[in-house]
Design a protein around this ligand. Structure first.
Ligand code: HQG
Length: 180
């Protein structure tokens, strides 16, 4: 079983294109596991039919907590681009957060703030290692931004739960952003 390929397909289905799988996300992004399994098995993309254990295996072994199972449903924890708004729990963020990005995006971020761009939320990292990993997807030598989340929160910027490494926000104004 190609678990990397399966994990990517699940992210695609749950973050970006549930309709291609005849799935409908609920307000928190969940779909019934059985429906997801049946839709994926219809494609015949894998060397055998996938099962709930395969999904559990991906969640347990992945270096990133991308998906979550609750009862008989599964969801992506972050990364959504679907047009229906996925409701996330508001949280008080850690005092400092980070964001790894490209040199190309940097100037625009410093004049317009951090925006969700194609996703529903801005994705922030709880530590510099995570931010570096995120930034390296776009730049071999990424810029690491340091976010004064304590001040932003105090002044009304809303933060949301992502996973243990990722915190979400609607928007982060420039005044809370510095280069690390
Ligand atoms: C940038 C992956 C211009 C932003 C990762 C980023 C993460 C701006 C890009 C998760 C901007 C959007 C999300 C502005 C922000 N002007 N550019 N005003 N504001 N940007 O991929 O945070 O492996 O949508 O800096 O690890 O890079 O898929 O967001 O470079 O956790 O599970 O616009 O996706 O996780 O890029 O990554 P993305 P991201 P997975």
């Amino acid at each position: 079983m190609d678990y990397t390929k399966l994990s990517k397909e699940i992210s695609y289905a749950l973050r970006h294109a549930p309709w291609e799988y005849e799935l409908e996300l609920d307000s928190e992004g969940f779909v019934p596991i059985q429906q997801l399994i049946e839709a994926i098995n219809e494609s015949g993309n894998y060397n055998r039919p996938i099962t709930k254990s395969d999904l559990e295996h991906i969640i347990e072994t992945s270096e990133k907590k991308r998906h979550e199972i609750q009862n008989d449903s599964i969801r992506a924890l972050y990364g959504h681009t679907v047009s229906t708004h996925i409701k996330k729990n508001q949280i008080k963020p850690p005092d400092i957060l980070y964001h790894g990005t490209s040199h190309k995006a940097f100037e625009q971020i410093m004049s317009n703030g951090l925006k969700p761009m194609k996703r529903q939320y801005v994705h922030l990292s709880v530590d510099t290692d995570t931010a570096i990993r995120v930034g390296k997807r776009r730049d071999i030598d990424p810029i690491i931004l340091k976010i004064n989340a304590a001040k932003a929160y105090q002044e009304g910027i809303v933060f949301y739960e992502g996973n243990d490494k990722v915190i979400l926000a609607d928007f982060v104004p420039t005044k809370y952003i510095a280069v690390f």
